[in-house]
Ligand binder design. Structure first.
Ligand SMILES: N[C@@H](CCC(=O)N[C@@H](CS)C(=O)NCC(=O)O)C(=O)O
Length: 342
């Protein structure tokens, strides 16, 4: 099967890159992006070379449950997720695919290697990147055209809309019947992406030389979690642990990957995440922290979250550079310099 990749955005790229885009799409799959461990080790430290400028030394593939999920989606398929096992933004999309049981192909790549084929798909050079079938021959049912998409929230919303049949893909991830409720969900997705997530990185990248103390960033982080939990508490019409009660929604998906990574702050930072656990510590926030705990316990137990998770110790290794604040990832550099996340 060969797919032609067409994208108006990509046609604006320089001619040299553009020419590679018109190549049969299968050239951009895992065969042309070899597994990371088999690639030449550029930028790796040795006696004569400088330390790695980019985060290229990552474990090359998922382990544990995520390895099984990835391998059960390794056959060629027109819908392809280019991901990195360690990446929480990828996990958002992976959880969406798992929740809706959408047939797809998972292709592990290391986004820190900016291969031209990868940049042709996503000029931002970030995972997750999706290749989506856009034209299908009505007679044969064969896919005739695929196009790239990127940005985790855009991808999750796209998947929910493009695979919308509830009989095949289950309940929609945002309330369909109530525009206000849908907007409220988007408001709290924005709270997650513009407050909780950046605060998570400021926390894990804290070092003693920062202009802010660990106590200050912990309090800031707690404040953002509490705002989220208070919102859930105020919606008593939704019984059940998730943002929309018993219904697991896009709001939960947006935050679940960072909830799973909280143990890294416990592992690396003095005093850890520090969420108060006793009645005395919680004081007047008792109900708020209980609601957070209820949400957290339900989300980490969710099948789609477990399926897309590698072994804990892999993350401990992968996030060491964040904890030491030496990562050269775009997210890490943005956090260090006070810019908004890519
Ligand atoms: N805003 C993007 C962020 C994606 C992102 O930062 N991905 C990281 C991996 S977790 C990446 O590809 N980094 C490559 C780099 O920093 O060069 C999204 O939501 O998809």
């Amino acid at each position: 099967m060969s797919f032609i990749l067409r994208s108006p955005a990509l046609s604006k790229l320089p001619r040299t890159l553009n020419s590679s885009i018109k190549t049969p799409f299968r050239q951009l799959n895992s065969t042309s992006l070899p597994p990371i461990q088999n690639r030449p080790k550029r930028n790796m430290s040795s006696k004569t070379s400088k330390p790695a400028a980019v985060d290229t030394s990552l474990q090359g593939s998922p382990t544990g449950a995520a390895a099984s999920f990835a391998s059960s989606h390794s056959s060629d398929h027109p819908l392809k997720l280019y991901g990195g096992w360690f990446c929480p933004f990828v996990q958002r999309v992976w959880i969406t695919l798992a929740e809706k049981n959408i047939p797809h192909q998972y292709i592990e790549i290391n986004p820190y290697h900016k291969a031209p084929e990868f940049l042709a798909l996503n000029p931002r050079g970030l995972v997750p990147t999706l290749a989506v079938p856009t034209v299908t021959d009505p007679k044969t049912g064969k896919v005739k055209e695929v196009k790239p998409l990127y940005e985790s929230l855009v991808l999750c919303e796209y998947l929910d809309e493009a695979y919308a049949d509830p009989n095949q893909y289950g309940e929609r991830l945002l309330p369909q019947e109530d525009a206000y409720e849908r907007a409220r969900c988007r408001l709290w997705i924005d709270h997650i992406s513009s407050r909780i997530v950046p605060s998570f990185y400021r926390f894990i990248q804290h070092t003693p030389d920062k202009a802010y103390t660990i106590e200050e960033i912990r309090a800031e982080f707690h404040g953002h979690l509490k705002a989220f939990a208070k919102e859930m508490l105020s919606c008593l019409s939704y019984p059940g642990p998730f943002f929309l009660g018993n219904k697991f929604s896009l709001v939960d998906i947006m935050l679940a990957p960072w909830a799973k990574r909280l143990f890294l702050i416990d592992h690396y930072k003095p005093g850890g995440v520090g969420i108060p656990s006793t009645k005395e510590q919680r004081g007047e926030d008792e109900e708020v922290w209980k609601r957070w705990e209820e949400w957290y316990n339900a989300v980490v137990q969710r099948e789609s979250v477990k399926k897309t998770w590698s072994d804990d110790e892999q993350y401990v290794g992968a996030y060491k550079r964040y904890a030491e604040d030496t990562t050269q990832s775009e997210v890490g550099k943005a956090t260090r310099s006070g810019r908004s996340l890519p």
